[in-house]
Write a protein that binds this ligand. Structure first.
Ligand SMILES: [Zn+2]
Ligand SMILES: [Zn+2]
Length: 119
């Protein structure tokens, strides 16, 4: 199994234990579980309390959702429409969608790197 590190800061949890965070919560939490759309975050600094923590910082939360959508689309070979059907809305801005379509190879490499970081 790949090393567990924090999605946000890359630390390994020895100082601040890693939590599992479901990228899409609430009504979509079970689907996050089903599709493996979860990341590790340092409990205190990056998950709940810190200045950039996912539950404390709107920008981090949105960044995570964009990441989660790309991951879901890449893994399941989904279009934006497929993603919206499963998770209710599109989180990716137009320029990132254009990028996804324009550079499929570069993008899949980046996603593979991200997967290593997240698990
Ligand atoms: Zn969380
Ligand atoms: Zn962290």
């Amino acid at each position: 199994m790949a090393e567990k590190v924090c999605w946000l800061c890359g630390r390994n949890g020895t100082a601040d234990p890693l939590d599992e965070h479901h990228i899409f919560g609430g009504a979509y939490r079970r689907k996050s579980e089903k599709y493996g759309l979860k990341v590790y975050l340092c409990h205190h600094d990056c998950h709940i309390f810190g200045r950039r923590a996912a539950h404390n910082n709107r920008e981090t939360m949105e960044q995570l959702k964009r990441y989660g959508q790309k991951l879901a689309m890449e893994r399941n070979n989904w279009t934006v429409e497929d993603f919206c059907r499963e998770f209710g809305k599109n989180y990716l801005p137009d320029n990132e969608l254009v990028e996804l379509q324009a550079e499929p190879e570069e993008n899949s490499f980046r996603l593979i790197d991200d997967v290593k970081l997240a698990y």
